[in-house]
Ligand binder design. Sequence first.
Ligand SMILES: [Zn+2]
Length: 322
Amino acid sequence: MKFSKKQAAILAIATIFLAKADGADLRGGVVLQFDDGWTEWRTELAPELARVGGRATGFVNNKYIANERITLDDLRALQNEFGWEIGSHTVNHHNAPRFVRQHGLDTWLRQEFDPSVDELRAAGLDVRSLVFPFNDSTPELAQAVLKKVESFRRAHRLAIAAGPCEDGALPGTSIDSTRFTPVSVMKQWVDMAHRRNELLLLYGHRVLPDSAFVTGRVVRVSPQELTVDVDVVLQPGEEYALVPDTKRRTASADPVRVSSAEGRIIRVDGGDLTRATAEGAEFLIGPSYGTRLSEFRELIEYAAGRLRFFTVSDVVDGKHRD
Ligand SMILES: [Zn+2]
């Protein structure tokens, strides 16, 4: 279902009101974050979240504003109509520690960090937080950025926390298909955060319709090849991740990248699929930086009944302790 901006805003307010009226059961919080920048944040994701009284923090690369993958108008609408926070994800998404090794910290600040924050603030966005590209930073980089913003993110396998770490970092766990976690497990995380009265901090990139993903059964497994029971057709130019068994969390540190799919044969780079799945298991293939809508919806509906939604800077301000 699609809503107009006004309908979505009214619905968001109504839903928050209802959640508050029924708020005795809400304890602990969820902090959802999305990186890079797509216009669907505004047209699809924010209305989807508003339906359950939820909001998120979006970390944008200015290069995606320059090429109009998302616009400043989209970002302002997210902030002003949907209650999102907008943070910086640098200008060009270079790996920051590597960039600093090659060109020095001052150049990184001058080319990648300052202009990103400055452009967003000049557009009326209240930028208070940063996510380093690939969540990769050094103590030197962290200290430098914290003169201008108030927090950054560190990737963590299970980010449930009472608040920011001493060095200004907030932990975050990926919900992308590259780091697949069954929704049943994510619901347990919600329960854990609720029970402990703590925060569950999750990040992704895009939430995509189920039709962007392929799923079926595994017929045969070898270390780098799966035979499956459906024809797999992948879109050229898209990077795909394979979830070898949707009942298991993707355990390896390295995501399973699909190298090719011909008919019912899926090949991957590296790893050993025989340790990750078995004949008869359900597999999933999808855009590496995407989350399937049906699972996302199940997660946020479950979370909305147990946790309050916070932005990153709400947490820095301690609003989750109110
Ligand atoms: Zn990114």
